[in-house]
Design a protein around this ligand. Structure first.
Ligand SMILES: [Zn+2]
Length: 275
């Protein structure tokens, strides 16, 4: 599933290519993941201009002229693909946006968990971000060590990895980057938060920033079906230390990477150097 670095990669590519473009027409081929009926969805989008492409957590936010914002969650297998105007849609292309300047944007999704919701910009905080109680963005100055530590202390009896996945103390970290940041910090994914020392929390905070920043720089990870807006794979895959490396040697010690299930999620760690 795309996590922060992958969504950020798509965001920055779309920002460089479609901001200022007008949406000439929209073709809905599968409407099951829209929050409006397809007629209203198409009508509200047609003729609007893309003003900006933002991101909050794993949500892409396309702000449009006229005061609407299109919220896109790629979920497991969703893709926003910029293609040439003569490109044929595939069987998993659910929405086609024809833009000015001969740009076409496909929303493809094999598993159909991804969604596109259209809101008034004024309603965004109340309807989308208010109820979810998202933590801070990891790459923003709001992600401060003392606040992260205070937040973790509220969940002393939770294991650390499920808490990272909950997005409550920091957003954007999913299954891959939770495993990677915990390995980098030397912390077992099933450690109870109440047993973490201040130094370990400091290391974890630092690892989250370092790993996510590095992955954004090289276009994210494509261990699953993720592709960026140009259909390319991310390069972070070759830097993974534990994720998907079950049974292989740890690069830091001579331990063997193990895979367990933790709160229902496949979880990778080194039992020797993660305490
Ligand atoms: Zn190790």
């Amino acid at each position: 599933m795309p996590e922060l670095p992958e969504v950020e990669t798509v965001r920055s590519q779309l920002e460089q290519t479609i901001v200022g473009r007008r949406i000439n027409s929209v073709d809905v081929r599968f409407s099951g993941r829209l929050n409006l009926d397809s007629g209203e969805f198409v009508e509200r989008l047609a003729g609007r201009r893309v003003l900006s492409v933002g991101r909050r957590s794993k949500l892409l936010l396309l702000r449009l002229s006229g005061g609407d914002v299109l919220v896109v969650h790629l979920k497991m297998t969703g893709k926003l693909l910029l293609v040439n105007s003569d490109c044929e849609p595939g069987k998993h292309t659910h929405i086609i946006f024809r833009l000015s300047g001969n740009n076409v944007l496909f929303f493809d999704d094999v598993r159909k968990f991804g969604y596109l919701h259209l809101f008034r910009t004024d309603d965004l905080e109340r309807l989308v971000f208010g109820p979810a109680k998202y933590g801070p963005e990891p790459l923003s100055p709001d992600f401060k060590l003392n606040l992260f530590s205070d937040c973790l202390r509220k969940f002393r009896r939770s294991a650390i990895k499920p808490l990272l996945l909950s997005q409550k103390c920091v957003v954007g970290v999913g299954n891959i980057y939770a495993d990677e940041t915990l390995w980098r910090s030397g912390i077992r994914p099933d450690r109870l938060i109440g047993t973490l020392e201040a130094n370990e929390i400091r290391l974890l905070h630092e690892s989250i920033r370092k790993i996510l920043r590095q992955s954004v720089r090289i276009g994210g990870t494509s261990v699953d079906s993720y592709r960026d807006a140009f259909g390319h794979r991310g390069d972070y895959e070759r830097k993974l230390e534990v994720y998907g490396r079950n049974g292989q040697l740890c690069s830091r010690c001579d331990g063997l990477i193990r895979k367990i299930r933790l709160s229902g999620r496949g979880t990778h760690f080194c039992p020797k150097c993660q305490k």
